[in-house]
Design a protein. Structure first.
Length: 115
């Protein structure tokens, strides 16, 4: 089992920045794919950014050039640096991990961007 705990969410004005963290514990594996997803009120959960198992990074078009995913394997932590935040980035952000599919999910952290 892998436990994921997100932190770093909060309230920020449009144009501001936040950095989310996802700390993994348990049977972690540095080869796991790690991803960030988000869910806004009344909408389905959507992909934001990820590391593939071979270390490639992927981003949703809506966040490309504004968000950056990074990881510190020594700390078993994945980060999401979010810059130039917009009101439409408001959502609960979830961290996920897995080998073939995203089997493990965190509890989420709220990000609210005021316009």
């Amino acid at each position: 089992q892998v436990q994921l705990v997100e932190s770093g969410g909060g309230l920020v004005q449009a144009g501001g920045s936040l950095r989310l963290s996802c700390a993994a514990s348990g049977r972690t594996d540095s080869r796991y794919a790690m991803g960030w997803f988000r869910q806004a009120p009344g909408k389905e959960r959507e992909f934001v950014a990820s590391f593939s198992r071979n270390g490639n990074t992927y981003y949703a078009d809506s966040v490309k050039d504004r968000f950056t995913i990074s990881r510190d394997n020594a700390k078993n932590t994945v980060y999401l640096q979010m810059n130039s935040l917009k009101a439409e980035d408001t959502a609960v952000y979830y961290c996920a991990a897995g080998s073939v599919t995203y089997d493990y999910w965190g509890q989420g952290t709220q990000v609210t961007v005021s316009s």
